[in-house]
Write a protein that binds this ligand. Structure first.
Ligand SMILES: Cc1ncc(Cn2nnc(CCOP(=O)(O)OP(=O)(O)O)c2C)c(N)n1
Ligand SMILES: [Mg+2]
Length: 568
């Protein structure tokens, strides 16, 4: 059969390791979906498994979650009505440094020139607006308008996304998906990374050695971009930390990127809402090796927690020092090279042993007591195991999740830069498809759940045993703590009943509402046994029952938002 543009795209997506593609069909992408779904592997099975979502916002967020687990993801939508919703998950992928490939069908190539007015458009004959918008939220946006251009444009978009860990956009007209196309050359043309320049590497390591020279108490701070640089970078960081012997703290969005059971782990550095006194040791250090760090208003508690010493910052492909910068240095190469040369200096570890906070006494509530946030945390903690990935949603779930202890092998996912409420439901669904052997636990607030609840029905459809703790505090508590108003109150739902509605006649979702510690304990036992599908446990707590960290953090973030305009 003829090799087509759609076949070319399918081949490249499979070659970069994608096994599932997230879709919402529309008449501009149906032929393309046939091609993507029609690609068979050597055993005659579909090489790409098509995963339908209830809407394009959730579709793009499911792809974002898939990219966290798989490294890259594809989201296929129809023109305008689909793509504009998928732009939100694309923005998340940009903010969170994930190579999500957004693919949109588009009008027949003959229509623009004939000034035809078409459905799913603004009602003008200008069909370029979507590509222009996509250019602003991706690292590369291409529109194929001739089949002969498809290989070059598709390869460029995918390569740029993989190298920069940012989303890319590919637009394919409905009458080109099935058009004859040249076959691709080796995938190495697309995935070979830009190699580290050896001379630059040597110079960078030399600069790092002089940055550390004479410092008495260096520490390491890990940020969320470390993971985006690949598992070899995380491994290299571990070796560097062990070569130095110093303390290692992580930023909130990097929780789980350094093993928490490691003796050198000293908590989440998040200013006044840090864990394990990480702020004390970071503030005591006289040199901080920042690896993949991102300092934002949220991660610096409204700018009240910026480190006060000159920093070395190692990024995915460059390193900066106070007064100098080095490009084309891949993070794993830099960390590996530095680990071989760096002097051991455990001064911060010695000091940390002096100031490390003692373990806190965990209060065990009476079984009949009204359920509290603390009791939920106490009962969820034992669920975290080596094969667990904990998803935490924007809201007080961030703060409750950050306080959890991750046992060896456990992982953590948070969307702290983009912060789109509702992300965790489709994202944990997408992630679970890529890592079926992991147990997913999602902590999500009632407000967030209302944004993307439909995707629980995909967890039912794919029989994924995701356990969701829905914290029902009757509204937008994180917003209440930043700045309250009636707009932070929402209509309460019967969340447990809603999830049962997704079962219809062929479902397997378990759900219940719990209002005491005793009921929660029973629900957790039920969830642990329930394998054939998702479990939602709606945990009812008082609307003001929020973490002290949220209140402190909210106070300073509100102050940062309120800074008066600087007279220009
Ligand atoms: C798409 C999107 N729209 C609005 C916001 C602003 N926002 N941030 N957090 C919230 C409320 C979250 O409420 P919940 O999920 O119930 O969380 P908590 O009550 O804090 O546990 C809003 C409305 C947002 N972060 N994302
Ligand atoms: Mg809430």
């Amino acid at each position: 059969s003829t090799f087509t543009v759609g076949d070319y795209l399918a081949e490249r997506l499979v070659q970069i390791g994608i096994r599932h593609h997230f879709v919402v069909p529309g008449d501009y992408n149906l032929i393309l979906l046939d091609k993507l779904g029609g690609k068979l592997d050597l055993f005659g099975k579909p090489a790409l498994i098509e995963v339908g979502c209830a809407n394009e916002l959730n579709c793009s967020m499911a792809a974002e979650g898939y990219a966290r687990a798989n490294g890259a993801a594809a989201c296929v939508v129809t023109y305008s009505v689909g793509a504009l919703s998928a732009f939100n998950g694309t923005g998340s992928a940009y903010a969170e440094n994930l190579p999500l490939i957004l693919i949109s069908g588009s009008p027949n190539t003959n229509d623009a020139g004939q000034f035809h007015l078409l459905h799913h458009t603004l009602g003008t004959s200008d069909f370029t607006y979507q590509l222009e918008m996509a250019k602003k939220i991706t690292c590369c946006a291409v529109a194929v308008d001739r089949a002969s251009d498809a290989p070059r444009l598709i390869d460029r978009a995918i390569r740029t996304a993989l190298l920069s860990k940012k989303p890319a956009y590919i637009e394919i007209p409905t009458n080109l998906a099935g058009a004859p196309c040249m076959r691709p050359g080796p995938i190495s043309a697309v995935i070979d990374p830009a190699p580290t320049n050896p001379a630059v590497l040597a110079a960078t390591i030399g600069e790092a050695a002089s940055y550390l020279h004479g410092k008495l108490k260096p520490a390491i701070l890990v940020g969320p971009k470390l993971r985006r640089a690949g598992p070899e970078a995380e491994e290299a960081l571990l070796k560097l930390a062990e070569a130095m012997g110093c303390t290692v703290a992580v930023q909130p969005a990097a929780k789980g990127m350094f093993p928490e059971e490691h003796p050198q782990y000293t908590g989440v550095f998040w200013g006044q809402v840090s864990t394990l006194a990480a702020d004390s040791i970071i503030n005591w250090a006289d040199a901080i090796l920042c690896v993949g760090t991102v300092f934002t208003d949220y991660s610096t508690v409204g700018w009240t927690a910026m480190p006060s010493v000159p920093l070395m910052v190692a990024e995915i492909d460059h390193v900066t020092f106070p007064g100098s910068t080095f490009g084309r240095v891949r993070l794993c190469d830099f960390l590996t090279g530095l680990a071989k040369l760096v002097d051991r200096n455990d001064a911060t570890m010695v000091e940390y042993h002096r100031l490390r906070p003692d373990p806190v006494l965990i209060h065990v509530a009476e079984e009949s007591d009204a359920l509290s946030r603390k009791e939920i945390q106490r009962q969820v903690q034992p669920l975290l195991a080596a094969d667990t990935t904990l998803f935490v949603e924007t809201g007080d779930s961030w703060f409750n999740g950050i306080q959890m202890k991750l046992p060896k092998g456990a992982d953590f996912e948070i969307e702290m830069m983009w912060g789109h409420i509702g992300w965790s439901i489709p994202a944990s669904f997408g992630y679970a498809l890529s890592k079926p052997d992991r147990r997913i636990i999602t902590m999500v607030g009632d407000g967030s759940f209302q944004v993307t609840a439909q995707e629980v029905s995909q967890m039912v459809r794919w029989r994924l045993p995701i356990i969701m703790f829905l914290i029902n505090n009757k509204g937008y508590t994180i917003e209440v703590e930043i700045h309250d108003g009636l707009y932070n109150r929402i209509k309460n739902w019967d969340y447990a009943a809603l999830v049962q509605a997704f079962n219809s006649t062929d479902g397997n979702a378990a759900s219940c509402r719990v209002e005491t510690g005793g009921e929660l304990a029973k629900a957790i036992e039920m969830a642990k046994e329930h394998k054939g599908g998702p479990t939602l446990i709606e945990c009812v707590i008082h609307q003001d029952d929020c973490s002290r960290e949220l209140i402190t953090w909210g106070h300073y973030v509100a102050a940062a938002n309120a800074r008066p305009p600087v007279q220009k």
